[in-house]
Design a protein around this ligand. Structure first.
Ligand code: OAD
Length: 230
């Protein structure tokens, strides 16, 4: 077992108090995620969309990494082979937990994207009120979030890592959003062992070689201890 790819979703941050997308508390002020997470929604009602992401960005200050984020950071630091954590999450809990080999495939709350000049500055305040881009000074910043219908980030690096991995682990994701939901198929095609860790069986569970169900704060530290013990 040399090379590991780990895909994480909203479930790994749930015990930190970040709401999941499709859980019972997965609505924000009654909006479905599809109603605020599309370029069309932003064109139609930019104030609503900016407020949605401003609220989520501000909420990051009230949450902290949990035992699952910290365990993955321990694995990252100690694992001698290739390792890549690919997160669908736009929170910053993996990096605050200490992970280094990490890619955000759906963007980051703490970054803005200028629709004028393409700059992607670090951003911790609100985007409501149309502040100017630090590079081109135009008031054309949006959240640096990959919306439905847009291309996820880092796909070449992710495909290469999955093609070369021996173990693929999916943690806390419902398997409802593509292309991430297909990663288990790519991993299987490359001959990797595949393991799902999720609170409950997901849409993708039958695609995995094995699955463990329970809270990430228990399952992830246990898996990391097993992997590091060899
Ligand atoms: P979902 O909300 O669809 O799924 C979260 C999964 O985590 C569910 O299967 C839950 O059962 C599981 N879960 C909840 N609590 C857990 C816990 N304590 N431990 C382990 N698992 C737990 O979230 P994602 O699959 O991440 O995209 O959603 C994928 C994408 O859909 C998101 O990245 C977002 C959204 O639209 C964009 O914003 C582009």
């Amino acid at each position: 077992m040399d090379n590991i790819v780990i895909l994480t979703g909203a479930g790994i941050s749930a015990e930190s108090g970040v709401p999941t997308f499709r859980g019972p508390d997965g609505l924000w002020e009654g909006h479905r995620v599809e109603d605020v997470a599309t370029p069309e929604a932003f064109d139609r009602d930019p104030v609503l969309v900016q407020r949605f992401y401003d609220a989520r960005r501000a909420a990051l200050a009230t949450v902290a990494p949990n035992a699952a984020h910290r365990a993955l950071a321990r694995l990252d630091a100690a694992w001698p082979g290739d390792l890549l954590i690919v997160t669908q999450n736009v929170d910053d809990l993996h990096e605050r937990g200490g992970a280094k080999r990490l890619l955000h495939m759906h963007g980051e709350l703490r970054r803005a994207l200028c629709t004028g000049c393409g700059a992607a500055p670090a951003w911790d305040g609100d985007l409501s009120g149309d502040p100017p881009c630090p590079r081109c000074r135009q008031p054309r910043l949006r959240p640096d979030i990959v919306w439905f219908g847009e291309m996820p980030y880092h796909m070449d690096a992710i495909e290469a890592a999955i093609a070369g991995c021996d173990l693929f682990v999916s943690i806390g994701t419902s398997g409802a959003v593509y292309p991430a939901a297909n990663f288990v198929r790519w991993a299987e095609a490359s001959g990797a062992a595949t393991l799902e860790l999720n609170l409950e069986p997901s849409a993708g569970t039958p695609l995995f070689d094995s699955a463990r169900h329970g809270p990430a704060s228990l399952l992830v530290p246990a898996l990391v201890a097993e992997l590091l013990a060899g």
